[in-house]
Design a protein around this ligand. Structure first.
Ligand code: ADP
Length: 319
């Protein structure tokens, strides 16, 4: 393979830049030309494609977001859109493509692979919800942002004897809520993967209150319900007033952590190796601290599961 492309797609995540940098530098190290596709699949269809040099990715390893820009593109879900994308790739002499993004972006990479164009997917999303990897790029940074917020809220909570509800991202996956809740010492963690019992939560909070606990912190993943809805339901069961914080998009931004930068560098380099070995149609990931790769179609057929042992532990430690 003499020339490859790279794009970022879907929701941005801190560490995507570090992944692009690794793809670019690894390719050039091995004498492969590298082209950046700007603006995700929309940029692919419109031909927003430029050659990248070593210097193009200087000074970005520590920046959140993605300098290649990202986009959502409905047209790419159609055969015509995908055909236009392949035409552009051929026009630029690109023989393989690295796609950095979430499961939607993987669907696009899968479609290209099915049309015979080799793609490798790199998991980039703060949600940690991609099958075929234990961690996705951006998750660790998002977690640290949430923990920082929990710690700050804990300071004010302990001064005021109040119940605080923090709504975090996670429509289908409770990873952010679970890991941040465990690391932040939350009393209750609500994740989309499990049922909740408001009566039981209320009774635990009341007991804590009776034995002199000054405050409670509850983490709700947005996929369960909004933080405000939780506050309303809790008020119906107890007389507790809650203070609700919705963290929203701050969870997407910020300087990537060392973990995310190293993960992104490893995954980016591995993706290039696979394309150079002529192994397209793969999704790279990390398991037990080793690089792994799966058939992208098989990877998508699997389901991401939240770590249930960790969930059990969080319950045991928050009595
Ligand atoms: P994420 O990659 O973060 O999950 P999205 O679900 O929005 O984000 O997907 C990003 C983009 O991937 C979409 O805007 C679309 O261009 C492309 N995509 C999503 N699903 C498909 C599909 N079934 N076929 C082809 N492309 C898709």
């Amino acid at each position: 393979m003499k020339r490859i492309g790279v794009l970022t797609s879907g929701g941005d995540a801190p560490g995507m830049n570090a992944a692009v940098r690794a793809v670019v530098r690894k390719a050039i190290y091995h004498g492969v030309e590298i082209y950046g596709v700007f603006g995700g699949y929309a940029g692919l269809i419109s031909g927003n494609i430029r050659k990248l040099e070593l210097g193009s990715v200087g000074d970005i390893i520590h920046r959140g977001g993605t300098f290649l820009y990202s986009a959502r593109c409905e047209e790419f879900k159609t055969k015509e859109g995908q055909g236009k994308g392949i035409e552009q790739l051929k026009k630029h002499g690109i023989e393989g493509l690295v796609v950095i993004g979430g499961d939607g972006s993987y669907m696009g990479a899968k479609a290209l692979t099915e049309h015979g164009f080799p793609c490798v997917g790199i998991p980039g999303t703060i949600d940690n919800d991609i099958p075929g990897t234990e961690f996705t790029i951006g998750f660790d940074t998002a977690l640290n942002t949430v923990i920082d917020a929990i710690d700050k809220i804990r300071d004010t909570a302990s001064s005021h004897d109040r119940t605080f509800v923090i709504e975090v991202m996670g429509r289908n996956a409770g990873d952010i809520a679970l890991w941040a809740g465990l690391a932040g010492g939350a009393e209750t963690i609500l994740i989309p993967e499990d049922e909740y019992d408001m009566k039981e939560i209320a009774s635990r909070l009341k007991k804590g209150h009776e034995r002199g606990k000054k405050h409670s912190i509850i983490i709700v993943a947005e996929g369960v319900m909004s933080g405000y809805e939780f506050g309303k339901q809790l008020k119906e069961e107890t007389d507790f007033d809650t203070r609700v914080t919705v963290l929203g998009h701050v969870q997407r931004g910020g300087t990537p952590t060392a973990f995310d930068r190293v993960l992104a560098s490893r995954l980016g380099a591995r993706a290039v190796e696979l394309l150079m070995e002529g192994r397209g149609g793969r999704a790279v990931g990390i398991e037990k601290n080793q690089m792994v790769d799966y058939d992208i179609i098989e990877a998508l057929a699997k389901k991401h599961t939240v770590d249930l042992n960790l969930y059990k532990l969080s319950k045991e430690l928050s009595i």
